[in-house]
Ligand binder design. Structure first.
Ligand code: UDP
Length: 328
């Protein structure tokens, strides 16, 4: 039975990865410090003998007994309001946390895949974004703590690959959505659906002309699994190229939820990218991968998940344990 360590396992993507590798017959070691993750995302796996959970902050040394075949490094705050609340932790997990994961991979002779992001392209001047584009990032802006940590993560991962010959993979993840997104993580889909379910107006930041391209989580997970088993050490974009303005997206959520609330406009956050669309030519060619689930179907499944939450969960403003980290 291959053994895999998944960091950030209690988060949105981490928990879906746990499901996938359990289903494929792996022994899964799930690790999370639970500042943005939630153990409820892993509840259904806890009793399985091939699953274990370790409560640990990967920004500090990781000790793990036994052999390891693979590491997936997915630990990181991943929404703009999270990085604003815990900027230092965001920098640490992308840099020190990645260093610890790479060191562990080397010690165990494991293949490692790290979660990078379309944020490495910043507010892109090339559209759609190919892997060859170096990006347009403001290092000292509010998003810099995430963007630069992930850029450093890529540099460190490539250095371990070239210097140590470690088997490394880098996935650049574009906007992804689906069940288990945190309702209050501030990102646009849970924000709009939460507002619709609570009977509040939908808040568009800016004039709504900025674009994003949303990938359903199952498609993303499939792309990651294929990349892990490929022999490509260079970064690969995984995302859905179906681009939409945030204004149109609000209209789709209004139609989906049947809310009678209206749209209201708020200030655009600093350095909010104006456009984003993955060029997935490389993923198509190398992995034979492309998204299968369109936004209509993906939104239907995601809405069913959010509708299943209790009123109390819907009204919770923040269930995360940031306080101990804000001091550091
Ligand atoms: N956004 C919005 N209203 C919200 C939350 C987000 O209009 O309540 C906008 C945000 O300004 C950005 C887009 O939606 O232009 C996507 O934001 P998100 O935080 O989901 O992801 P990211 O900016 O990292 O792509």
């Amino acid at each position: 039975m291959p053994r895999i360590l998944i960091t950030g396992a209690a988060g949105f993507l981490g928990s879906h990865l746990c499901d996938r590798f359990i289903a494929e017959g792996y022994e899964v070691v799930a690790m999370d410090n639970l500042i943005t993750g939630d153990l409820r995302n892993l509840e259904h796996l806890q009793a399985l003998p091939q699953f274990s959970f370790v409560h640990h902050d990967v920004s500090t040394h990781i000790h793990l007994n036994g052999p390891l075949d693979y590491i997936l490094h997915f630990a990181s705050p991943a929404s703009p309001i999270d990085y604003l609340k815990i900027p230092i932790q965001t920098l640490k997990v992308g840099s020190l946390g990645t260093h610890n994961c790479l060191g562990l991979a080397l010690a165990k002779n494991a293949r490692i895949l790290v979660a990078s992001t379309s944020e490495v392209y910043g507010d892109p001047l090339v559209h759609p974004q190919t892997e060859e584009y170096w990006g347009n990032v403001n290092p000292i802006g509010p998003r810099g703590v995430y963007d630069e940590a992930k850029r450093f993560q890529e540099a460190l991962t490539m250095a371990y690959h070239t210097y140590h010959g470690l088997e490394t993979r880098i996935v650049r993840i574009f906007n992804t959505y689906g069940p288990r997104m945190r309702l209050n993580d501030g990102r646009v889909l849970p924000a709009f659906i939460g507002q619709a379910l609570r009977g509040e107006d939908l808040t568009i930041f800016g004039d709504g002309s900025q674009t994003r391209s949303f990938c359903y989580v199952d498609d993303l997970i499939e792309g990651i699994v294929r990349l892990l088993h490929s022999d490509c050490a260079d970064p690969v974009n995984i995302g859905n190229p179906d681009e939409i303005t945030i204004g149109q997206f609000a209209e789709e959520i209004i139609a989906l939820t049947g809310t009678s609330q209206k749209v209201i406009y708020k200030d655009l956050p600093v350095d909010d990218p104006k456009q984003r669309q993955p060029d997935i030519t490389k993923a198509r060619a190398l992995l034979g991968w492309e998204p299968q689930i369109d936004r209509k179907e993906g939104l239907k499944r995601t809405y069913a998940y959010f509708r299943s939450l209790t009123q109390e969960e819907l009204r919770q403003t923040d269930h995360n344990n940031f306080d101990q980290y804000i001091q550091k």
